[in-house]
Design a protein. Sequence first.
Length: 647
Amino acid sequence: MQYNYDFEIASLLTMTIILLQFMFIRQFPGEKTKAFGALLVTCMAECAVNILSCIGLANAALVPQFVNELLAFAFFVLEGLASYLLFCYFMVVCRYEGKKRKLARLLGVIPFALFCVMAVSTPFIGFFYYFKDGAYYQGFGAGFGYVYIAYFFVLNIILIVRRRNVVSLHTKGIVSVYAVVAVAMIVIQYYVRGLLLTSVGNTVVLLMLYLELQNPSEHLDSVTGIGNESAFEMQLKKRLAGKEGGTVITIHLRKFHHIHTVVGLENSNELLRQVGAYLYRLCGKFHVFYAEGELFTVFADTGEDRERIEAAVWKRFGEEWTVQENRILLNIEMVIQHYPRDFQTEAEFFGMRQFLLENAAKSGMTVSVETNEELVEQYHRRRKIELAVARAIQDKGFGVYYQPVYSLREKRIVSLEALVRLYDEELGYISPEEFIPLAERDGSIIHIGAQVLEECCRFLSRHVLSNLSLGIRTVHVNISMAQCLQQNLTETIAPVLEKYHIPPSMLTLEITERTAITTPERMLWHMEELGKMGVSFAMDDYGSGNANCSYLIRFPFEEIKIDKDIVWAAFEDEKARIVMENEIRTIQRLGIPLIVEGIEHREQSEMVESLGVDYIQGYYYGRPLPEQECLRYVRSFNSVPENYARQ
């Protein structure tokens, strides 16, 4: 038979162009890139062998039969391999992982293995083809090849459908077009035996895959021209899966947003390009990446590389960078993490990096932080605390302790401050100083605040409203900045008060100075709305920041709590004592009641009492206690009769 292989030659030329482009344009060596490269080379080999086989068959008198048999065998093997590799590529694109990936791979491996067995047996039993008198004939199982190709068409479509939520519209379109083209080519090939169209479908899908899914720019940062965050994650995943260890160096440009404000967008982008180009020259291809937040990340393969890069970076960033006529000195924070010693997963890396960057930022200067056993242990404890907080939120497992507030004029306990507590079976009691900042950082403090308010209202309803002789007039509840940022703060508090029939006047909300000055307009609005209901506000930890009387004038606080650090300092330093006394007198002249915190000794109590302070809070008058213990303590302190409360 005389074959027309013009379409095959055109397909081979097209695939050659794709291969050259693929090789010379920088491709990040991820799993998808490797899968595409293997598919492209296999399809090219299949096309080339098909052309050579047709030429050999057309010249059977000149070409030895064993050569034609070898070419025919190679073609069938490559054809089966191409279908399987296309399936593998789509499996990567669809991001199958774990057990689902193993199952999907099994669905591809079994028919491919069966196809290989049939191909190997063909020279002996004539399954796909056979030769007679030097001529080529289709075997009794030739139809199996079409069924095999159709099977992988269907399997690819199933992969896409099952992962349609993570697969792009482009990928769905490519599979659809390829299915139509491939089926059309098979039908034409079946009826027009002399017209070779085997590689046309492959070429169509390869071209679409390369243009849409193998675009190198998807892994390049548009500003710096180096790898972006997705490229870094791809490389990190690859390295963690390997056996070799290494180091990840993160370079954070401190306060770069200030530089951006001063020099403008174009110049700040040029500065980022310069930094990226320098690190690229220093560290090499596929080793440098840039992510939003002014973070450059570098891979160092050996200890010598790490030391070389670290020394060079410190030296270069100790010098100025020039953009236009601007000479800029960049301050950096460097975080050095080792794998697999410090982390084994991507999640661990990112979590630990954030933890280390926060530690570095606390220094307020250019600093380098390298992981060690202590830091890794601190990070893992923080993760455990975060999980403990999440469990407590879900199970409503937070406890509330109450600390008495003593009235110097009435000589009795008149109010309580609600303080959240957390006990975890694994970690034991966790200090609020540990879990509160973490909860504020991730926003879970809102749920904690809601649970504390609910518990306080239940406590007031059950033990205080029914026992007014106990003498407790109010309960102070701390609210966080995250809660104050909510637009519906009033709507979250009012229903709880109504549910337990609590008079709003029994609730005092404590906010810090930082909360007040960070969201002043919204805070004022909340204070006005809740104030109309009868809820009062107290400023907590006054004097711990940049407190001044302008806040007291602007915000309608009904109580001020002097921070314990001021009190303690006043007993150590005369200047601190003068400052504290002046602050107290000023607030008193404004007519705002004062609560002094941190009173632990008689001398402290007598000193603040001499200054005319209204209320005292501290260990001297009562530690934070669980509900029942606190009730017994208040009953005893205020000399309330034994039958003061219902159990």
